[in-house]
Design a protein around this ligand. Structure first.
Ligand code: ARG
Ligand code: ZN
Length: 878
């Protein structure tokens, strides 16, 4: 059953307040809900019945205005409760009692149990698994929540807002009442109960209010919360400085749980997090874990304004809060770490994963117009492309204009549930601009392709760039309209210096300009150029598009040395490596010998011999495009040739530049575990990049080097990096290192996840056998999403070489797991289908094998909406 955006109507009823009472029990929790409702005057409907959503609930009692209803007065269906007649003229009170079984809840949606702790996940539509309600984001109400439970079993009782009362009860029980003073939709409701420990701190807001900050974890994790706490304080000040947004409650709580379907959840005043994005200690978490924790803590914190105070009218508007909040967290991380590196990491992910989604059978606009299961639309498109769309508005308006727009948005819509259109309108109105064509980014799916032609006229001293845009059709959208695209351009002289940018007709001379591309083809002429400049285009990746421009290897090498735009400088190196690897793939496919063009080796040598301040950026310049990115560039993906060609380039670089890599390794290898400043992180990063090149040389000296780093590492970054090169090369001590790592970390679930993921994404020939053996490992658990992602997810999504084995064993294996997960956890099951959706990109043999497994998945008994939607759309005619 498909839901359409065009069918949206306002809610028929409003809920003025709700009082929830939970009598907690692992297997039989009693929920008593008292709703104060009235007819919504804005609704056109004349229906006098009231339909509430609810699933898997055992109904005990329905009471309307103090009278119990008889069975004839309501109807209970699979997913709803219909009260036949409710008052139309005045407010009425509905009290509903029902029970639920958290222990049986393996879908981890609604109220469930994680390592003995009761917790909730309600976004998008999980609240209906707790009690009957108007479970839609435009129904906002005031929540009062009372939790009652055994003092030993549930010593800590948490919900949204402020704690207003608590007390003791007979039979060793206690209770707490929480009151949230802000109106909110039920998807932001949360409850946590269990044996939790907490670290506390305080933050004083810019206006001088003191906020209590608390992070709750299981007892044995209490030594891994400091970084999360610091990250929260950093996020709170950043939002004050950059957006003038202050926190609004007196208390901010974060709870880390080991079983969680996604990263984290922004429930008002009570965020629930996957432990992965909270827990860190230098010896257990890598530098990138530290960075991601700060990013996700920021993300959920920023949702307090972009998501909670102002929420979505309906789930089609999800990108309103997610796109904007991702943009905010990206900028936060960029400010806290390295802007250049953060931008490259984000673009890398967008181009490998989101572009694939946008080119496949599940392509959808950032504001989808139809869905079967909303949980399937928490996608890279809604999140990451959504953030790019917000970033383009920021680029078009400038930082100041954007801030004017966000100020107006917050002022105009505080307390409301609104649409993406409302957001764009606020940006327009605050700046007096017209973004009507720009709005197509919200409704059109697919990645636009820009093709650039250059013409230099030496007599006129002008350069003309002719830019064409087109966008391939996507399911349901055969024809595309031109988009409004900001294209940032800079010009370079042959000596590497900046050439002036002066657009014909304009009067300003700048170092770079933002071209406004609005037509399917448009020419832009630059004047006053006495020599032909080298064009640096789409600087900072100013739009989420594919760029085609003819470039020689020499030109790319030049840009890699001289481009003043950090993104394009890196991009030139990626293009250079990409062209070379693509050439080698063709050599392999045609049985020719491979040889790496010296231009590339010299370009890398140049990079290696320059001094660098930002060592993380430096190591990105030395990193080759991933196999997944290379696959994206091919018509028909040849996983084996991609792997072999890329490995060959790695080996050649290692051989040719061995002394440089070695010197860099030595120069940056020092013991500064526990230091997380940009310098120390950069040194670890460049050192480990060098180690990974050197490991290809396969001599005993290098084997010793990696083993020594593994044995002596005092931080997880170095230990993991060493283990990775040991596992991915024929290292004599491989098994011994894997075993000792397991024994060292057997009590740290997040580290054991890394151990699974590393083996599952390995490149050695025995990888598939290893994956099968790991499925039977006592530490593997299909009910734990982090474990599933680290074994099944890593194998199918990060190991193209082995997942796409020509005999189809990888596909069959994945389908087996999806079928098992379908009943246990539909959300995770449908995420896992992702690896099969791109079947049309492979050769005929693989296509048939992948398709057969999708068809087999379609025959799953009691197939969930989640899996059904992804599998059926994957198979649909294009
Ligand atoms: N709103 C959460 C976040 O982005 C994610 C919730 C995901 N929910 C889901 N059903 N997939 O921070
Ligand atoms: Zn979010």
């Amino acid at each position: 059953q498909t839901i359409y955006l065009k069918d949206y109507t306002v809610p028929e009823y409003l809920i003025h307040s709700v009082a929830l009472n939970f009598t907690l029990d692992d297997e039989n929790t009693l929920v008593s809900s008292r709703l104060t409702l009235s007819r919504n005057p804005a609704s056109q409907s004349h229906d006098t019945s009231l339909t509430l959503s609810g699933e898997n609930l055992k109904l005990i009692r329905v009471n309307l205005d103090d009278g119990d209803l008889s069975k004839a007065q309501y109807l209970q269906t699979q997913d709803s409760l219909i009260i036949h007649d409710v008052p139309q003229q005045q407010r009425f009170v509905l009290t509903i009692d029902n029970t639920i079984n958290p222990k049986a809840n393996t879908a981890l949606e609604g109220l469930y149990l994680s390592n003995g702790m009761l917790c909730t996940q309600c976004e998008a539509e999980g609240f209906r698994k707790i009690t009957y309600f108007l479970d839609r984001p435009d129904v906002m109400t005031l929540f009062t929540t009372t939790l009652v439970g055994d003092k030993d079993r549930y010593p800590v009782l948490l919900s949204n807002g402020n704690k207003v009362a608590e007390g003791e009860l007979p039979d060793n029980r206690h209770w707490v009442t929480w009151e949230d003073p802000f109106n909110k939709p039920c998807y932001l409701f949360a409850l946590v109960a269990g044996q939790l420990e907490c670290i506390a701190d305080r933050f004083t807001t810019q206006s001088g209010r003191d906020i209590d900050l608390q992070i709750f974890v299981e007892k044995h994790d209490i030594d891994k919360c400091d970084h999360a706490m610091q990250s929260l304080k950093n996020a709170m000040s950043w939002d004050e400085q950059v957006y003038d947004r202050e926190y609004d409650l007196d208390l901010y709580m974060i709870v880390a749980v080991g079983h969680f379907n996604m990263g984290a959840m922004e429930n008002k005043g009570l965020n629930v997090f996957n432990t992965k994005f909270v827990l860190a200690r230098p010896d257990t978490a890598t530098d990138s874990d530290y960075e991601h924790i700060e990013g996700v803590i920021g993300h959920e914190y920023f949702h307090n304004w972009t998501g909670n105070r102002i929420t979505c009218r309906d789930w089609f508007q999800l990108s309103l809060k997610e796109g904007f909040t991702v943009f905010r967290d990206q900028e936060f991380t960029g400010d806290r770490t390295s802007k250049a590196v953060k931008r490259i990491e984000d673009v890398n992910m967008l181009r490998t994963r989101q572009f694939a989604e946008d080119a496949g059978p599940l392509a959808h606009p950032i504001r989808p117009d139809a869905y079967i299961e909303i949980n399937n639309f928490y996608t890279l498109t809604v999140y990451e492309k959504g953030a790019e769309v917000v970033r383009m508005i920021h680029t078009l308006l400038g930082a100041e204009g954007f801030r004017k727009g966000s100020d107006l948005y917050f002022e105009r819509h505080d307390g409301q549930a609104v649409t993406c259109d409302d957001f764009v309108s606020a940006m327009e109105d605050a700046n007096g601009v017209d973004l009507s064509q720009f709005r197509r980014w919200y409704s059109q799916a697919g990645t636009p392709v820009l093709s650039v032609r250059q013409h230099y006229d030496s007599s006129a001293q002008t350069l003309t760039l002719t830019i064409g845009q087109s966008c391939p059709p996507t399911p349901g959208q055969p024809v595309k309209e031109p988009l409004h695209i900001p294209v940032t351009v800079g010009l370079l002289n042959k000596d590497g210096s900046v050439a002036p940018c002066k657009l014909q007709g304009g009067d300003q001379v700048c170092d770079e300009v933002i071209l406004q591309l609005t037509q399917s083809e448009q020419a832009f002429t630059f004047e006053g150029l006495n020599e032909q400049p080298i064009v640096s285009i789409l600087r900072g990746f100013s739009a989420p598009v594919k760029l085609t421009i003819e470039r020689s290897l020499d030109e790319l090498a030049f840009l890699l040395s001289y481009d003043s735009d950090t993104f394009n400088r890196w991009e030139a190196g990626q293009q250079l490596a990409g062209q070379i690897i693509t050439g080698l793939i063709a050599d392999l496919q045609n049985g020719r010998d491979m040889a790496v063009n010296p231009i590339m080796i010299n370009a890398f040598k140049q990079v290696l011999e320059q001094p660098w301040d930002d060592l993380s950026y430096f190591s990105l310049l030395l990193s080759l495009p991933s196999e997944t990115y290379l696959a994206e560039q091919m018509q028909i993906v040849d996983v084996e040739a991609i792997h072999a060609a890329r490995e060959f380039v790695t080996l050649t670089l290692a051989e040719q530049l061995q002394s440089q890599f070695q010197a860099l390794y030595q120069g940056n290898h020092r013991d500064e575990s526990g230091k997380f400043d940009a310098g120390a992180i950069g040194r670890r990063r460049i050192k480990n990049t060098c180690l990974s090149y050197l490991s290809k040389l396969e001599n005993s000296h290098i084997h010793e080097l990696s083993q020594q780093q593994f044995n002596t590492a005092k931080n997880m970054t170095d230990q993991m990096a060493a283990l990775a090169v040991i596992v991915n090369n024929p290292h004599p001590a491989k098994q011994q290192c894997l075993d000792s790592f397991y024994h060292q970390w057997r009590d740290e679930a997040l580290v054991i996840d890394k151990w699974f993921a590393l083996q599952a994404s390995g490149s050695m020939p025995d990888t598939f056998a290893t994956v099968q053996a790991l499925m039977r490992h006592p530490a593997f658990d299909l009910k734990n999403p982090n474990r599933v992602r680290s074994l099944i997810g890593a194998f199918s999504q990060s190991n193209p070489l082995h997942f796409h084995a020509a005999d189809g064993q990888g596909y069959r294996f994945l389908a087996d797991q999806i079928i098992a997960l379908n009943t246990l956890n539909p959300q995770i099951a449908s995420r896992m289908v992702g690896a099969l959706t791109s079947w049309r990109r492979y050769d005929e043999g693989r296509q048939a094998l992948m398709k057969a497994q999708l068809e087999r998945i379609m025959t799953t008994e009691a197939i969930s909406k989640d899996v059904y939607e992804v599998a059926s759309k994957s198979l649909a005619q294009q």
